[in-house]
Ligand binder design. Structure first.
Ligand code: PMP
Length: 407
Protein backbone atom coordinates (compact mmCIF):
# COMPACT_ATOMS: atom_id res chain seq x y z
CA UNK A 1 0.00 0.00 0.00
CA UNK A 2 1.33 3.42 -0.91
CA UNK A 3 1.27 5.90 1.94
CA UNK A 4 -0.71 9.09 1.39
CA UNK A 5 1.79 11.36 3.03
CA UNK A 6 -0.18 14.58 2.48
CA UNK A 7 -3.22 13.06 4.14
CA UNK A 8 -1.04 11.91 7.05
CA UNK A 9 0.55 15.35 7.40
CA UNK A 10 -2.88 16.96 7.49
CA UNK A 11 -3.69 14.81 10.54
CA UNK A 12 -0.95 16.62 12.53
CA UNK A 13 -1.97 20.26 13.10
CA UNK A 14 1.42 21.28 14.53
CA UNK A 15 3.10 20.61 11.18
CA UNK A 16 1.39 23.78 9.91
CA UNK A 17 3.42 25.88 12.30
CA UNK A 18 6.07 28.32 11.19
CA UNK A 19 9.24 28.57 13.27
CA UNK A 20 11.10 31.88 12.78
CA UNK A 21 8.83 32.32 9.79
CA UNK A 22 10.02 29.07 8.22
CA UNK A 23 7.96 25.90 7.84
CA UNK A 24 8.61 23.56 10.76
CA UNK A 25 10.81 20.61 9.83
CA UNK A 26 10.51 18.27 12.79
CA UNK A 27 13.30 15.70 13.03
CA UNK A 28 13.27 15.15 16.80
CA UNK A 29 10.94 12.17 16.68
CA UNK A 30 13.13 9.83 18.69
CA UNK A 31 12.67 12.24 21.62
CA UNK A 32 8.92 12.53 21.10
CA UNK A 33 6.54 12.41 18.15
CA UNK A 34 3.86 14.94 17.29
CA UNK A 35 0.21 14.02 17.91
CA UNK A 36 -2.49 13.43 15.34
CA UNK A 37 -5.82 15.19 15.71
CA UNK A 38 -7.55 11.94 16.75
CA UNK A 39 -5.32 11.64 19.83
CA UNK A 40 -5.94 15.24 20.90
CA UNK A 41 -9.67 14.81 20.24
CA UNK A 42 -9.76 11.70 22.42
CA UNK A 43 -8.20 13.60 25.32
CA UNK A 44 -10.56 16.56 24.95
CA UNK A 45 -13.62 14.36 24.45
CA UNK A 46 -12.80 12.25 27.49
CA UNK A 47 -12.41 15.27 29.75
CA UNK A 48 -15.56 16.92 28.35
CA UNK A 49 -17.81 13.88 28.28
CA UNK A 50 -16.51 10.84 30.04
CA UNK A 51 -14.33 11.83 32.99
CA UNK A 52 -14.68 9.81 36.21
CA UNK A 53 -12.26 7.77 38.27
CA UNK A 54 -12.24 4.16 37.18
CA UNK A 55 -12.84 0.76 38.81
CA UNK A 56 -15.41 0.06 41.51
CA UNK A 57 -17.55 3.10 40.72
CA UNK A 58 -21.24 2.23 40.55
CA UNK A 59 -22.23 5.31 38.61
CA UNK A 60 -22.57 5.54 34.85
CA UNK A 61 -19.57 7.75 34.09
CA UNK A 62 -17.23 5.66 36.20
CA UNK A 63 -18.31 2.52 34.41
CA UNK A 64 -17.93 4.16 31.01
CA UNK A 65 -14.50 5.46 31.93
CA UNK A 66 -13.47 2.03 33.27
CA UNK A 67 -14.61 0.38 30.06
CA UNK A 68 -12.60 2.84 27.96
CA UNK A 69 -9.47 2.20 30.04
CA UNK A 70 -9.83 -1.59 29.88
CA UNK A 71 -10.58 -1.46 26.16
CA UNK A 72 -7.38 0.54 25.77
CA UNK A 73 -5.52 -2.30 27.48
CA UNK A 74 -6.98 -4.69 24.89
CA UNK A 75 -5.87 -2.35 22.09
CA UNK A 76 -2.32 -2.47 23.46
CA UNK A 77 -2.57 -6.26 23.79
CA UNK A 78 -3.52 -6.55 20.12
CA UNK A 79 -0.91 -4.00 19.03
CA UNK A 80 1.96 -6.05 20.45
CA UNK A 81 0.36 -9.47 20.05
CA UNK A 82 0.20 -10.38 23.74
CA UNK A 83 -1.67 -13.51 24.78
CA UNK A 84 -3.67 -11.90 27.61
CA UNK A 85 -4.69 -8.34 28.41
CA UNK A 86 -3.62 -8.90 32.05
CA UNK A 87 -0.03 -9.00 30.76
CA UNK A 88 -0.31 -5.30 29.87
CA UNK A 89 0.70 -2.96 32.68
CA UNK A 90 0.22 0.76 32.18
CA UNK A 91 3.19 2.77 33.39
CA UNK A 92 4.37 6.35 32.95
CA UNK A 93 6.65 5.25 30.12
CA UNK A 94 9.60 3.06 29.24
CA UNK A 95 11.63 4.42 32.14
CA UNK A 96 9.05 3.48 34.75
CA UNK A 97 8.50 0.09 33.09
CA UNK A 98 12.21 -0.78 33.35
CA UNK A 99 12.38 0.54 36.91
CA UNK A 100 9.44 -1.72 37.75
CA UNK A 101 11.26 -4.80 36.44
CA UNK A 102 14.58 -3.79 38.00
CA UNK A 103 12.87 -3.41 41.37
CA UNK A 104 10.29 -6.22 41.41
CA UNK A 105 12.29 -8.81 39.46
CA UNK A 106 15.52 -7.64 41.06
CA UNK A 107 14.50 -7.94 44.69
CA UNK A 108 12.64 -11.23 44.23
CA UNK A 109 14.78 -13.11 41.70
CA UNK A 110 18.33 -11.86 42.22
CA UNK A 111 20.71 -12.92 44.95
CA UNK A 112 24.01 -11.39 45.93
CA UNK A 113 26.61 -12.30 43.33
CA UNK A 114 24.09 -12.59 40.46
CA UNK A 115 24.58 -10.83 37.14
CA UNK A 116 22.46 -8.81 34.71
CA UNK A 117 23.62 -8.42 31.11
CA UNK A 118 22.99 -5.17 29.24
CA UNK A 119 24.56 -3.69 26.10
CA UNK A 120 27.01 -0.85 25.62
CA UNK A 121 24.34 1.06 23.70
CA UNK A 122 21.66 1.27 26.39
CA UNK A 123 19.76 4.44 27.14
CA UNK A 124 20.46 5.54 30.73
CA UNK A 125 17.02 4.24 31.64
CA UNK A 126 18.27 0.70 31.11
CA UNK A 127 21.46 1.25 33.10
CA UNK A 128 20.61 3.36 36.14
CA UNK A 129 17.67 1.22 37.44
CA UNK A 130 20.08 -1.73 37.64
CA UNK A 131 22.58 0.43 39.50
CA UNK A 132 19.82 1.37 41.95
CA UNK A 133 19.22 -2.35 42.44
CA UNK A 134 22.91 -2.64 43.27
CA UNK A 135 22.17 -0.57 46.40
CA UNK A 136 19.91 -3.40 47.59
CA UNK A 137 21.56 -6.49 46.08
CA UNK A 138 25.19 -7.12 45.37
CA UNK A 139 24.66 -7.76 41.66
CA UNK A 140 27.06 -7.18 38.79
CA UNK A 141 26.34 -5.55 35.42
CA UNK A 142 27.95 -7.26 32.44
CA UNK A 143 28.05 -5.40 29.13
CA UNK A 144 27.85 -6.66 25.52
CA UNK A 145 30.11 -4.32 23.50
CA UNK A 146 29.51 -2.94 20.00
CA UNK A 147 32.03 -2.52 17.17
CA UNK A 148 33.16 0.63 15.34
CA UNK A 149 30.04 0.62 13.17
CA UNK A 150 27.77 0.38 16.21
CA UNK A 151 26.92 -3.29 15.64
CA UNK A 152 26.45 -5.37 18.76
CA UNK A 153 29.16 -8.03 19.11
CA UNK A 154 26.70 -10.80 19.64
CA UNK A 155 29.43 -13.45 19.72
CA UNK A 156 30.41 -11.94 23.07
CA UNK A 157 27.05 -12.76 24.59
CA UNK A 158 27.68 -16.46 25.07
CA UNK A 159 30.96 -15.63 26.80
CA UNK A 160 29.19 -13.27 29.20
CA UNK A 161 26.46 -15.74 30.16
CA UNK A 162 27.15 -17.94 33.15
CA UNK A 163 25.25 -19.63 35.98
CA UNK A 164 24.87 -16.30 37.75
CA UNK A 165 23.14 -14.55 34.84
CA UNK A 166 19.62 -13.68 35.96
CA UNK A 167 18.36 -11.45 33.15
CA UNK A 168 19.41 -9.97 29.82
CA UNK A 169 18.10 -6.41 29.36
CA UNK A 170 18.66 -5.00 25.87
CA UNK A 171 17.43 -2.18 23.75
CA UNK A 172 15.74 -3.22 20.51
CA UNK A 173 16.86 -0.06 18.71
CA UNK A 174 19.57 2.32 19.89
CA UNK A 175 18.29 5.89 20.20
CA UNK A 176 21.83 7.21 19.75
CA UNK A 177 23.02 5.06 16.81
CA UNK A 178 19.87 3.75 15.16
CA UNK A 179 21.23 0.19 15.36
CA UNK A 180 18.54 -2.49 15.31
CA UNK A 181 19.70 -5.31 17.56
CA UNK A 182 19.03 -8.98 16.74
CA UNK A 183 16.70 -9.49 19.69
CA UNK A 184 15.25 -12.72 18.24
CA UNK A 185 18.73 -14.23 18.36
CA UNK A 186 19.46 -12.84 21.82
CA UNK A 187 16.19 -14.25 23.16
CA UNK A 188 16.93 -17.69 21.66
CA UNK A 189 20.41 -17.78 23.19
CA UNK A 190 19.08 -16.58 26.56
CA UNK A 191 16.20 -19.04 26.65
CA UNK A 192 18.49 -21.94 25.76
CA UNK A 193 19.98 -21.27 29.21
CA UNK A 194 16.65 -20.44 30.91
CA UNK A 195 17.45 -16.75 31.21
CA UNK A 196 14.60 -14.25 30.73
CA UNK A 197 14.97 -11.19 28.48
CA UNK A 198 13.71 -7.65 28.87
CA UNK A 199 13.57 -5.59 25.67
CA UNK A 200 13.52 -1.80 25.75
CA UNK A 201 11.14 -1.11 22.88
CA UNK A 202 11.05 2.70 23.19
CA UNK A 203 12.56 3.09 19.72
CA UNK A 204 11.05 0.01 18.08
CA UNK A 205 7.32 0.02 18.94
CA UNK A 206 6.76 3.26 16.97
CA UNK A 207 8.60 2.04 13.87
CA UNK A 208 8.14 -1.67 13.23
CA UNK A 209 5.54 -4.40 13.82
CA UNK A 210 6.01 -6.10 17.19
CA UNK A 211 4.67 -9.46 18.26
CA UNK A 212 5.75 -10.36 21.76
CA UNK A 213 4.52 -13.96 21.43
CA UNK A 214 6.48 -14.56 18.20
CA UNK A 215 9.53 -12.98 19.83
CA UNK A 216 8.88 -15.00 22.99
CA UNK A 217 10.21 -12.00 24.92
CA UNK A 218 9.66 -12.02 28.70
CA UNK A 219 9.32 -8.25 29.24
CA UNK A 220 8.86 -5.51 26.64
CA UNK A 221 8.63 -1.80 27.47
CA UNK A 222 7.59 1.19 25.39
CA UNK A 223 6.46 4.83 25.75
CA UNK A 224 3.18 6.25 24.46
CA UNK A 225 4.59 9.66 23.56
CA UNK A 226 7.05 8.19 21.04
CA UNK A 227 4.28 6.37 19.20
CA UNK A 228 2.10 9.46 18.55
CA UNK A 229 0.31 9.08 21.91
CA UNK A 230 0.26 11.40 24.91
CA UNK A 231 3.04 11.97 27.42
CA UNK A 232 2.87 10.29 30.81
CA UNK A 233 1.66 6.87 29.67
CA UNK A 234 3.61 3.81 28.63
CA UNK A 235 3.47 0.06 28.75
CA UNK A 236 5.21 -2.83 30.37
CA UNK A 237 4.36 -6.16 28.80
CA UNK A 238 5.33 -9.13 30.94
CA UNK A 239 4.67 -12.82 30.52
CA UNK A 240 1.96 -13.80 32.97
CA UNK A 241 4.24 -16.36 34.64
CA UNK A 242 6.74 -13.62 35.49
CA UNK A 243 4.20 -11.01 36.54
CA UNK A 244 2.59 -13.56 38.86
CA UNK A 245 5.96 -14.41 40.34
CA UNK A 246 7.31 -10.93 41.10
CA UNK A 247 6.01 -8.58 43.84
CA UNK A 248 4.30 -5.19 43.37
CA UNK A 249 6.46 -2.18 42.57
CA UNK A 250 4.44 0.53 44.33
CA UNK A 251 1.81 0.34 47.05
CA UNK A 252 -1.45 2.22 47.30
CA UNK A 253 -5.04 2.15 46.10
CA UNK A 254 -6.14 -0.15 43.26
CA UNK A 255 -3.34 -2.66 43.70
CA UNK A 256 -4.79 -4.31 46.83
CA UNK A 257 -7.51 -6.81 47.63
CA UNK A 258 -7.76 -6.21 51.38
CA UNK A 259 -5.81 -3.98 53.71
CA UNK A 260 -5.50 -4.03 57.48
CA UNK A 261 -2.71 -2.71 59.66
CA UNK A 262 -1.51 -6.27 60.12
CA UNK A 263 -1.65 -7.61 56.57
CA UNK A 264 -2.41 -6.63 52.99
CA UNK A 265 -3.34 -8.94 50.13
CA UNK A 266 -2.63 -7.84 46.60
CA UNK A 267 -4.98 -7.49 43.67
CA UNK A 268 -4.79 -9.79 40.65
CA UNK A 269 -2.95 -8.93 37.42
CA UNK A 270 -2.60 -6.39 35.97
CA UNK A 271 -3.88 -4.23 38.86
CA UNK A 272 -1.23 -5.51 41.26
CA UNK A 273 1.23 -3.28 39.37
CA UNK A 274 -1.00 -0.24 38.96
CA UNK A 275 -1.05 1.54 42.31
CA UNK A 276 -3.10 4.72 42.55
CA UNK A 277 -5.41 6.33 40.02
CA UNK A 278 -4.18 5.23 36.61
CA UNK A 279 -3.83 7.66 33.72
CA UNK A 280 -7.12 6.51 32.21
CA UNK A 281 -7.31 9.54 29.91
CA UNK A 282 -3.77 8.79 28.72
CA UNK A 283 -4.52 5.10 28.16
CA UNK A 284 -7.51 5.83 25.93
CA UNK A 285 -5.56 8.46 23.99
CA UNK A 286 -2.71 5.96 23.61
CA UNK A 287 -5.22 3.47 22.21
CA UNK A 288 -6.34 6.14 19.71
CA UNK A 289 -2.70 6.57 18.65
CA UNK A 290 -2.18 2.81 18.27
CA UNK A 291 -5.37 2.50 16.23
CA UNK A 292 -4.14 5.39 14.08
CA UNK A 293 -0.79 3.77 13.26
CA UNK A 294 -2.37 0.33 12.87
CA UNK A 295 -4.69 1.75 10.25
CA UNK A 296 -1.69 3.01 8.26
CA UNK A 297 -0.03 -0.36 8.93
CA UNK A 298 3.16 -0.84 10.96
CA UNK A 299 4.89 -2.57 8.05
CA UNK A 300 4.00 0.33 5.75
CA UNK A 301 5.44 2.70 8.35
CA UNK A 302 8.63 0.62 8.63
CA UNK A 303 9.03 0.52 4.82
CA UNK A 304 8.42 4.24 4.39
CA UNK A 305 10.81 5.24 7.17
CA UNK A 306 13.48 2.96 5.72
CA UNK A 307 13.12 4.75 2.43
CA UNK A 308 13.59 8.06 4.27
CA UNK A 309 16.66 6.63 6.03
CA UNK A 310 18.20 5.47 2.74
CA UNK A 311 17.53 8.82 1.11
CA UNK A 312 18.87 10.81 4.07
CA UNK A 313 22.00 8.65 4.42
CA UNK A 314 22.73 9.15 0.75
CA UNK A 315 22.18 12.94 0.93
CA UNK A 316 24.07 13.52 4.16
CA UNK A 317 27.13 11.46 3.22
CA UNK A 318 27.63 13.80 0.26
CA UNK A 319 28.25 16.70 2.63
CA UNK A 320 31.89 17.57 3.01
CA UNK A 321 33.23 16.62 6.46
CA UNK A 322 30.03 14.93 7.63
CA UNK A 323 30.57 11.76 9.60
CA UNK A 324 27.77 9.40 10.51
CA UNK A 325 28.00 7.83 13.98
CA UNK A 326 26.33 4.43 13.80
CA UNK A 327 26.62 2.58 10.49
CA UNK A 328 25.02 -0.73 11.25
CA UNK A 329 23.56 -2.43 8.16
CA UNK A 330 20.44 -2.92 10.30
CA UNK A 331 19.27 0.57 11.16
CA UNK A 332 16.08 2.32 12.13
CA UNK A 333 15.10 5.76 10.81
CA UNK A 334 17.56 7.99 12.58
CA UNK A 335 20.95 9.45 11.78
CA UNK A 336 23.47 10.63 14.36
CA UNK A 337 26.24 12.72 12.84
CA UNK A 338 29.02 15.26 13.28
CA UNK A 339 30.30 17.80 10.79
CA UNK A 340 34.03 18.59 10.87
CA UNK A 341 34.92 20.19 14.17
CA UNK A 342 31.58 21.95 14.56
CA UNK A 343 30.11 21.46 18.00
CA UNK A 344 26.72 19.67 17.83
CA UNK A 345 25.13 22.43 19.88
CA UNK A 346 26.26 25.09 17.38
CA UNK A 347 24.96 23.06 14.45
CA UNK A 348 21.66 22.43 16.25
CA UNK A 349 21.26 26.13 17.00
CA UNK A 350 21.79 27.17 13.40
CA UNK A 351 19.44 24.48 12.10
CA UNK A 352 16.85 25.68 14.60
CA UNK A 353 17.01 29.18 13.13
CA UNK A 354 16.11 27.56 9.80
CA UNK A 355 13.04 25.94 11.34
CA UNK A 356 14.67 22.51 11.59
CA UNK A 357 14.30 20.69 14.92
CA UNK A 358 17.09 18.18 15.60
CA UNK A 359 18.47 16.92 18.90
CA UNK A 360 22.03 17.49 20.03
CA UNK A 361 24.03 16.03 22.88
CA UNK A 362 24.63 12.60 24.36
CA UNK A 363 21.01 11.43 23.92
CA UNK A 364 21.02 9.87 27.42
CA UNK A 365 23.54 7.31 26.17
CA UNK A 366 26.85 8.53 27.58
CA UNK A 367 28.58 5.12 27.27
CA UNK A 368 27.92 5.28 23.49
CA UNK A 369 29.57 8.70 23.29
CA UNK A 370 32.48 7.45 25.35
CA UNK A 371 32.99 4.50 22.99
CA UNK A 372 33.30 6.91 20.05
CA UNK A 373 35.35 9.34 22.13
CA UNK A 374 32.95 12.21 21.46
CA UNK A 375 30.82 14.47 23.66
CA UNK A 376 27.69 14.20 21.58
CA UNK A 377 26.14 14.13 18.14
CA UNK A 378 23.47 15.86 16.11
CA UNK A 379 20.54 13.49 15.63
CA UNK A 380 17.85 13.63 12.96
CA UNK A 381 15.14 11.05 13.59
CA UNK A 382 12.25 10.35 11.27
CA UNK A 383 8.54 9.69 11.64
CA UNK A 384 5.67 8.79 9.37
CA UNK A 385 4.91 12.45 8.49
CA UNK A 386 8.43 13.36 7.33
CA UNK A 387 9.25 13.76 3.64
CA UNK A 388 12.24 13.64 1.30
CA UNK A 389 11.74 17.38 0.68
CA UNK A 390 12.33 17.96 4.40
CA UNK A 391 15.52 15.90 4.19
CA UNK A 392 16.64 18.16 1.33
CA UNK A 393 15.99 21.17 3.59
CA UNK A 394 18.05 19.52 6.35
CA UNK A 395 20.92 18.76 3.96
CA UNK A 396 21.06 22.31 2.64
CA UNK A 397 20.77 23.67 6.19
CA UNK A 398 23.79 21.60 7.26
CA UNK A 399 25.74 22.79 4.19
CA UNK A 400 24.88 26.39 5.00
CA UNK A 401 25.95 26.04 8.64
CA UNK A 402 29.16 24.26 7.64
CA UNK A 403 30.00 27.09 5.23
CA UNK A 404 29.53 29.66 8.01
CA UNK A 405 31.97 27.80 10.23
CA UNK A 406 34.51 27.35 7.46
CA UNK A 407 34.71 31.13 6.99
N1 PMP B 1 14.97 3.79 25.99
C1 PMP B 1 15.26 4.36 24.83
C2 PMP B 1 16.00 3.56 23.79
C3 PMP B 1 14.86 5.67 24.56
O1 PMP B 1 15.14 6.23 23.39
C4 PMP B 1 14.16 6.39 25.57
C5 PMP B 1 13.72 7.83 25.35
N2 PMP B 1 14.67 8.63 24.74
C6 PMP B 1 13.87 5.75 26.77
C7 PMP B 1 14.30 4.46 26.94
C8 PMP B 1 13.13 6.43 27.86
O2 PMP B 1 11.82 6.72 27.49
P1 PMP B 1 10.89 7.60 28.39
O3 PMP B 1 11.66 8.85 28.69
O4 PMP B 1 9.69 7.85 27.54
O5 PMP B 1 10.58 6.82 29.62
Amino acid sequence: MAIDIQKIRSDFPILERKIYNKPLVYFDNAATTQKPQCVVNTIVNNYYNCNANIHRGVHFLSQQSTEAHENARKTVQNFIGAKNSNEIIFTRGTTEAINLVAHSFGISQCNDGDEIIVTQMEHHSNIVPWQLLQQIKDIKLRVIPFDEKGVLQIDQLEKLINKKTKLIAVTHVSNALGTVNPIEKIIKIAHSQDIPVLVDGAQSAPHTPINVQDLDVDFYAFSGHKVYGPTGIGVLYGKEKWLEKIPPYQGGGEMIQNVSFEKTTFNELPFKFEAGTPDYIGSTALAAALNYVSEIGMQNIADYEHELLRYATDKLTQIDGLRIIGESPQKSGLISFLVGQIHPYDMGTILDKLGIAVRTGHHCAEPVMKAFNIDGTIRASFAIYNTKEEIDILASGIERAAKMFRK
